[in-house]
Design a protein around this ligand. Structure first.
Ligand code: FAQ
Length: 311
């Protein structure tokens, strides 16, 4: 019962080749990608807020310059990803409306506050670290524009992770109060960072189909495990601990075992009841409204340019 188009699509997926914007694709594939890519874009944009909060209070000019560059990179990732999402046919204004009206999700992690300077370090190390772990396999995503966007994004995230690690390293080797600040930040961000990978596999409605389509290459739990395995030795190198009494090396599995995460908290955050959901949305809506004149000016400029070109 399969159409020639469907067969061609299946062949491309089977051969690990790429689907491009003008290729035929099943509606559900288009929809799944639009959902994931746009939510990824929204995450990058909302994700500027926790760290943006520290730009004016960074402890030195050098740290301020680095943080500005980092937050600007996130804006770039957001724009890049909106462009990739638009190639699937939904205009950016529609995707943006979905965010502003609360119909589209963004990553749970950005609903937590950045309370201290050490949090900026923990975000870089753990949040960007988790983002890389999740996004490196997305470089091989079956949809061309998304996979290609991820290549550059991952390079920049690697720099972000190192800057976060370096902030924590300085604090962990500073005064006892600074070390405590670093430990406190890690304690608060560890669980939420592990939840960035999404619900456990048994509770992940989209995974199976996404993996068949080679959008996702690994399951949520597989990537979470890789992340835990990566950060345990890094935490040791920092001289900090991870807040999980069940964390221990499992010789048989060749992985670290870790304790259950608070999935009730995750659900609460996803349904809008995290510590900063309301604040994040209010800020984004305000920024969008205050940016109206920029969009109008850009559109007027584009019209003028088009006029010049046709004359
Ligand atoms: N938060 O069936 P699954 C960054 C939703 S990195 C909120 O497992 P899927 C960099 C999920 O959307 C962060 N919602 O879904 C940065 C679905 O709901 P839906 C962004 C979550 O898609 C660093 C439902 O739960 N990265 O921004 C979360 O197969 C520092 C069921 O879940 C990406 O978006 C969550 N944590 O797997 C920026 C990566 N987890 O849509 C600034 C691309 C799940 O059906 C500063 N995305 N949900 O209504 C992905 O890899 C996947 O979409 C997953 C979820 C793994 C997030």
């Amino acid at each position: 019962t399969s159409s020639p188009e469907q067969e061609q699509f299946d062949r491309i997926i089977e051969q690990d080749s790429r689907i491009e914007p003008r290729d035929w694709m099943p509606d559900a594939y288009r929809k799944a990608l639009t959902r994931q890519i746009s939510q990824h874009a929204h995450s990058e944009i909302i994700g500027m807020q926790p760290e943006g909060n520290w730009i004016s209070r960074a402890p030195s000019l050098k740290r301020k310059a680095i943080l500005i560059a980092k937050v600007q990179d996130e804006a770039g990732h957001g724009l890049y990803l909106y462009s990739a999402a638009e190639t699937l046919g939904t205009p950016r204004s529609v995707l943006n409306d979905q965010l502003l009206t609360g119909k589209a999700k963004y990553s749970s992690i950005f609903n937590y506050p950045a309370r201290s300077w050490a949090d900026v370090g923990a975000i870089g190390w753990l949040v960007d670290g988790a983002a890389i772990q999740n996004q490196v396999p997305l470089c091989r995503c079956s949809y061309g524009p998304y996979g290609r966007a991820m290549v550059r994004v991952c390079k920049e995230e690697s720099f972000h992770q190192r800057q976060g690690w370096e902030i924590l390293h300085s604090l962990a080797n500073g005064t006892p109060a600074q070390k405590q600040m670093a430990q406190d930040a890690v304690n608060r961000f560890y669980g939420p960072a592990l939840q960035m990978f999404g619900p456990p596999d048994g509770d992940s409605p989209n995974s199976q189909q996404s993996m068949q389509w080679k959008i996702k290459r690994f399951s949520n739990d597989e990537l979470r495990q890789r992340f835990v395995d990566m950060i345990v030795p890094q935490a040791e190198a920092l001289g900090l601990t991870l807040p999980d009494p069940d964390l221990r090396w499992n010789e048989e599995r060749g992985h670290y075992d870790y304790g259950d995460l608070d999935w009730d908290e995750f659900k609460a955050v996803l349904s809008g009841n995290g510590p900063c959901n309301a604040q994040r949305m209010a800020h984004r809506i305000r920024a969008h409204e205050e940016g109206a004149w920029v969009r109008e000016a850009a559109a007027a400029h584009a019209r003028k340019q088009a006029d010049v070109e046709t004359k």
